[in-house]
Design a protein around this ligand. Structure first.
Ligand SMILES: Cc1ncc(C[n+]2csc(CCOP(=O)(O)OP(=O)(O)O)c2C)c(N)n1
Ligand SMILES: [Mg+2]
Length: 679
């Protein structure tokens, strides 16, 4: 054993807290915290630059527990490090982030110690994890953000951003595709500030990894451009220390430390078995294990004073001092570089910079119009020039998603200040990386074809769970993309995105709605936005004739009132709004007067007060037609019992767009027919 007594005592405190937490909850995952206690102990006490007194310090090292099922490990570390609490809005509060009482309430309603770590439940939880692989993806976004911040804001004599990002990952994490996608990005970008620690315990839920996982992980990562280091025994603190030192010394690659561990270490009957993965050890086994550790077998949630003292004198002392020095340096920086200092203060506060909207210019009416992806590209650029930390990119589709930020450079291993990311064809990693960037203060966006949200839906969902204002730019939003056919034509995707709680789905109908969508979504601080855009042109409406596009801020508005005694209500989104307007004209010619409502964002509209909603969709007006080139699901509320829906009910087909609209009967004539049938 290469450990001192206090080290061993601290490691065993982490282990026993984790075992006791799981036992008290009668559910959870004890085995991995027991095995990895030395791994986190060594990292946190010897190396992690983290100020327990100021957990929001922007230059703190990040620690991500990607194998979120081992949550008790993180909770124990947070408690023992005496990390100060923050509220749900990310503001410092008095008291510890996690009291011992909280650990005792592991997995209970209202406890910050949830089954899997939840961002903002306690400081020290840098991201929500649980879906395996996701945390790995986030960590790449965090490391990338650190590089970007450093390249953009560090100045001679001021190394404001030089933090490292650590992620602890399990077999499951490394089996998941998203982790490999993200690792590939990290290797390509040479993110030397990123260190993954892989818990090579060769156990998953069903048993030994022999069942399903026989690749050589180390060689895979070498192939991905990583520095691979091995530690043969998770209990060997010196070897762990040496491995972390190798990570710090490596300047041109991310590092993977493969740590051979034994799940449930110390448990006489459950160690090295999947039985230690996801169930309490049981009172008897806990006693035997504690005896093995030389721990008082009847003690529960025992935290020796000298262990707390040890954490204070290591991570506490080191981190608090580093943070205080950084604050001094930042104050000097703000004097020397006031413009950058001001920007950073806004960035840290999650605020937009002064004058962020100065570049937003409306579009002139134009019959031919623009595809909304094209107007989006223009608005994104109008915004980018006044919002310096708007950073993002596309999954190899920027020429189609129109998300390139002109003249703002490519982010690459040779230029970490570039604002255009090239995610490669890795949608899931793109979403997870955007989440990691957002967690680091950047306004991140990721773009792809709408249909491929299927590939990054888990990341969009986590974005919403974490209340992150990530922007997903999603183009080619319907059969209107034409010839690429049903594999590329979204049908159920609007419904599917709207189904994720907290995701604001915007589908603007013309260039000025696009502009107003951006104006609205960029001011959001606590939810992601999905901006859904057409491939094909839509006319830019003459707003002297139609309602102002500023109505977008309320999610829905009357774009064209009925010109006579009102009979019906036509509702549309995106490229189908124009069909509603055409139908309105056709009907008016026959003396049937309808209003047309644009509904670019259901979530925003539903949030408006009842009188506003009633003013847009009066209850008495029951003859309603909704038109959207997607499935009907989600429209019922607006349609009411007598409503008609003009949209899709099947997959699309491969043909020119206008032929498809006729074929699937998404036309002004069809809207007219529906209205007449309801008269
Ligand atoms: C995406 C995803 N799929 C499945 C699960 C369910 N699950 C939780 S842990 C686990 C695997 C456990 O093996 P490993 O990752 O090696 O963790 P260990 O037991 O070694 O800690 C699985 C399948 C999950 N959390 N996330
Ligand atoms: Mg495992």
């Amino acid at each position: 054993m290469t450990t001192t007594n206090i080290e061993q005592l601290a490691v065993n405190t982490i282990r026993t807290l984790s075992m006791d937490g799981v036992q008290a909850a009668n559910s959870g995952h004890p085995g991995t915290p027991m095995a990895l206690a030395p791994v986190t102990f060594q990292l946190w006490t010897e190396r992690l630059r983290y100020s327990p007194a100021q957990p929001l310090w922007p230059n703190r090292d990040r620690f991500v527990l990607s194998c979120g099922h081992a949550s008790m490990l993180l909770y124990s570390m947070i408690h023992l490090s005496e990390i100060r609490g923050t509220d749900h809005h990310g503001k410092l509060r008095d008291g510890l982030a996690l009291k011992l009482e909280d650990l005792k309430n592991f997995r209970q309603l209202g406890s910050p110690c949830a089954g899997h770590p939840e961002y903002r439940e306690a400081s020290g939880i840098e991201t929500t994890t649980g879906p395996l692989g996701a945390g790995c993806g986030n960590s790449v976004g965090m490391a990338l953000a650190a590089k970007w911040l450093g390249a953009t804001y560090n100045r001679p004599g001021f190394s404001l951003f030089d933090y490292n990002v650590y992620a602890l990952c399990s077999d499951g994490d490394l089996m998941e595709g998203v982790a490999c996608e993200a690792a590939s990005v990290a290797g390509h970008l040479k993110l030397s500030n990123l260190c993954w620690v892989y818990d090579d315990n060769r156990i998953t839920i069903e048993g030994h990894t022999d069942l399903a996982f026989s690749e050589n992980v180390g060689r895979r990562f070498e192939g991905l451009g990583w520095n691979v280091v091995e530690v043969l025994d998770a209990n060997d603190l010196k070897a762990l220390s040496a491995a972390y030192a190798k990570f710090e010394a490596c300047q041109d690659k991310p590092t993977l430390i493969i740590v051979r561990s034994i799940i449930g270490w110390g448990s006489p009957n459950k160690a090295d078995s999947h039985a230690a993965h996801g169930a309490p050890l049981g009172e008897e086994e806990i006693k035997l294990t504690k005896r093995n550790y030389g721990w008082p077998e009847d003690a529960k949630f025992l935290v020796p004073d000298e262990v707390l003292e040890y954490f204070r004198s290591t991570i506490g002392k080191r981190g608090n001092l580093a943070e205080a020095n950084w604050q001094k340096s930042f104050a000097d920086y703000c004097v020397k570089h006031p413009a950058e200092g001001g920007q950073l203060k806004s960035l840290f506060a999650g605020e937009l910079p002064v004058g962020w909207d100065a570049g937003l210019k409306p579009f002139a009416a134009d019959e031919k119009g623009l595809a909304t992806r094209v107007s989006s590209g223009k608005v994104l650029n109008m915004l980018a020039s006044h919002l310096p930390w708007l950073v993002g990119g596309s999954a190899d589709l920027a020429p189609s998603t129109m998300t390139n930020l002109d003249k703002l450079g490519d982010f690459s291993a040779s230029d970490y200040a570039g604002r255009n990311l090239h995610f490669g064809i890795r949608e899931h990693a793109m979403g997870a990386i955007c989440n990691g960037m957002s967690l680091s203060g950047l306004r991140a966006f990721g773009a792809t074809f709408f249909v491929f949200t299927d590939y990054m839906r888990p990341a969009i969902r986590l974005s919403s769970i974490m209340h992150l204002p990530v922007l997903f730019v999603l183009t080619h939003d319907s059969i209107g993309l034409g010839e690429d056919g049903p594999t590329h034509q979204p049908v159920e995707h609007l419904a599917a995105c709207r189904a994720i709680p907290g995701v604001y789905v915007y589908r603007p109908a013309d260039a000025n709605e696009v502009l107003e969508c951006y104006r609205t979504l960029i001011q959001a601080k606590d939810h992601p936005a999905a901006l859904v855009l057409s491939r094909q042109n839509v006319p830019t409406l003459d707003r002297s004739k139609y309602g102002s596009a500023a109505g977008v801020a309320r999610g829905g508005y009357v774009v064209s009132p009925a010109a006579g005694p009102e009979k019906g209500l036509l509702m549309g989104t995106g490229s189908e709004l124009i069909l509603c307007l055409k139908a309105q004209e056709l009907l008016a010619k026959e003396g049937i007067y309808c209003r047309v409502v644009s509904l670019p964002c259901f979530e925003l509209f539903d949030q408006q007060d009842a009188s506003y909603r009633e003013s847009v969709l009066p209850a008495w007006l029951t003859l309603r037609v909704g038109c959207e080139a997607g499935i009907r699901q989600g429209w019922e509320n607006y349609l009411g019992p007598g409503g008609h829906f003009v949209g899709m009910a099947t997959f699309g087909a491969s043909a020119p767009a206008n032929k498809l609209y006729d074929h699937f009967k998404i036309t002004a004539d069809e809207i007219v027919r529906c209205v007449k049938s309801g008269l």
